[in-house]
Design a protein around this ligand. Sequence first.
Ligand code: DAH
Length: 335
Amino acid sequence: MSIPVQSNDLEAQLQSLRQEAQEAIASTDTLDALEQLRIKYLGKKGSVSRVLGGMGKLSPEERPKIGALANEVKEALQGDLDARRTALQDAAIMAQIESETLDITMPGVFRPQGHGHPLTQTMNQMIDVFVGLGYTVATGPEMETDYYNFEALNFQPDHPARDMQDTLFLPNGNLLRTHTSSVQIRYMEEHEPPVRIISPGRCYRRDTVDATHSAVFHQLEILAVDEGLTFTDLRGTLKVFLEAMFGDIEIRLRPSYFPFTEPSAEVDVRWKGRWLEVMGCGMVDPNVLKSVGYDPEVYTGFAAGLGVERIAMVLHQIDDIRRLYASDLRFLRQF
Ligand code: DAH
């Protein structure tokens, strides 16, 4: 036989539970711990529920009294939990704001910013002009065969024009390309006209290095092939290009000879009171068109090639080509 439960026992239990819970809530400092307290006191199997479990043994008169007190305690604790949760969340937000505050009065960290090498800048500037005219960029290998560097470009095996190209031959029978004209052949072999390409890249010659010569240098090749292209198109294109690069500069075309163009010309620009040769050009020789399977009765083309270093030197008044390769920051920072 169980001992009847006294209502004042339950009342005392509820009151002490309330006190204990309130102290625990007040001293909690994490949201997780707070949730544990909610489960411990107000959960389905929590302390308050357990106390209420004893109510069945109360007399009918005492039950409402204890029931009301239990509700009061529940509400009070729920209120305390909510208030504590809000306080903890606010504190967390404040702490985050505090830690992320940016002091805009602090001195910055110096990060030196680099820029393109003057040769790269010049190259990109030239590419921009031709891309604007509808040309695409094509590339080819720096190690070439005799065929692409000479033969297909109409250099006869013993023609003296080969001598002008101071070639570096490799032990494997290949050579380092002496000009970017080899890309003309490689591109035309793979594409049908109309052709409008430029080809920037490194070239090599067995040259003695001095103020205007370097054994490794850069060229930009220009090639257009279509029906009905004439020398006028060549001249107009070069004029647009040179004006875009140099502004209002005086230019002249001088008859010249290249095996792969007929007629051929050299382009000079007026620089420091004298004529400076900046590029070679001409109408693509019918033999070159034939070598890639184009019909020279249907198509004509023009081509040009220039030294990038030359153009950069004229643009920036650089007196010695070797400065472009010396990696001297005092020099490079100027551009
Ligand atoms: N390949 C020649 C050189 O390196 C430059 C050149 C001249 C390219 C005339 C051309 C051209 O496309 O038509 O000296």
